[in-house]
Structures are given as C-alpha cells and as structure tokens.
Write a protein that binds this ligand. Structure first.
Ligand SMILES: [Mg+2]
Length: 220
C-alpha cells in the first residue's frame, strides 16, 4: 500500500475493470452496436463491423463516428448498445468487500453511458462505494483517451491528479492519466501478455481488480 499512500482519489474505468472481461458483457455491447450500424446504414453485419473498426481508429468510438458522419442522436445509440440483460454477470465478493478499504473519493470514469454504469454497479453490489460517476454524456461524448474528458473529470470533482490513481483495462487510456500526473494501474486480464505492454505510463499491473485489491490491501 506504500506506493499508494499519497492517493486520496481513486478513478475507475467500468467495462472490463469493475467486472471481468470473461463475463462477455463487452462482446454483447459490441454486437448491439454492430446491429445498430447495420440497420442505420442498411449494410450487412460484416460490413457494419468494418465500419465500426474504421470509426474506432479515426474517432475513438463507434458513437463518435456515427455522430460526426451520420449526425445520429447519441442517446438512441447508447440505449440500444446497452439494451440487454446483465443478470448473469457474476458479482465479486473480494471487490465488494475490499473497495471500502481504499480511503478517499471514488469515481467511475467511463466511456459508457450513465444509465449502464448505474445499472451495472447496482447489479454488482458495489454502487454505494462510489461517490461519483462521470459517464460519456458528461464528457460531451468525447471518449478516453482524449485529454478533454480527463480535464473535465478533474475539474468537476476538484481533485489533484498527482494524488489520484486510475484503474483501466485499456493501457492506452492510462497514457493521458500518467501525463497528467496520476498513478496508474493496468488490468491485463487473462489473455494479454503483461510484458508486451511495458510502457512508462503503466505504473502497476495486475490481472484484474480483485487481484490488485487483495494484494495491495493485505500489504497495508
Ligand atoms: Mg474498460
């Protein structure tokens, strides 16, 4: 815990961070996005996937691409993308119990919409641990890793990034955080080789949040 002694603000990504990638939730979001694009542009799911990949590369998210190139109404897209049952996503007893031992402000900072972040954290039994949620609509639909939403979250919740720690499964999103002075923890999951991503902006690594919590809090 020594390396985190100075931290008074804990910033968490949602997808594949507060729940495991193994749950397949993110795959469902992707499938919903693909069929939205296929319907909208009257193309096959295969073509829709190619378009989504292009948007990812060019704009950071499918949503941003659709907003800029097709002027879609963002809430309609976000609602469709997250319109599925999450009741089979397993809760994590370690996360439920250990989060309270991180002393300080806890914030969820996600490229997902607020409704989904609320629903998911309630389902996981961890909603009460968090003081604030900063969702994609709070960021004017500009996703991480763009600097704009990081600046907005810091300003809105008034914390010093040098005393903040950010948790993410996408290491690229930690680059901006580290540039701003935050301490970073990257969750590589089961299928990524942690040594392939030895970037200076990744300060600490663990397979998943429950591992990090167990390991770090025990050493307090
Ligand atoms: Mg994520």
């Amino acid at each position: 815990m020594d390396k985190f002694k100075h931290i008074d603000t804990w910033v968490f990504d949602l997808d594949n961070t507060l729940y495991d990638a193994e749950t397949g939730v993110f795959v469902k979001v992707g499938a919903q996005m693909t069929n939205f694009v296929a319907d909208l542009l009257k193309v096959s799911p295969e073509e829709a996937n190619i378009i989504r990949k292009e948007y990812w590369k060019k704009y950071g998210t499918t949503l941003r691409g659709l907003m800029l190139e097709h002027k879609i109404e963002p809430y309609r897209f976000l609602e469709h993308a997250h319109d599925f049952d999450i009741s089979d996503v397993p809760q994590c007893a370690v996360t439920q119990e250990y989060l309270q031992h991180l002393v300080g402000k806890k914030i969820i900072f996600t490229n997902a919409p607020r409704e989904f972040a609320e629903r998911m954290t309630k389902h996981l039994g961890i909603r009460d641990h968090f003081d604030h949620i900063f969702a994609i609509e709070d960021a004017n639909f500009i996703p991480k890793p763009d600097l704009i939403p990081y600046r907005a979250v810091i300003e809105k919740f008034d914390f010093d990034p040098r005393r903040a720690c950010m948790f993410e499964d996408m290491e690229i999103n930690l680059k901006t955080a580290a540039d701003l002075g935050m301490t970073t923890v990257w969750f590589h999951g089961q299928h990524q080789d942690p040594h392939e991503h030895d970037h200076p902006h990744v300060h600490h690594k663990a397979e998943k949040l429950s591992d990090w919590l167990r390991h770090t809090i025990r050493k307090k």
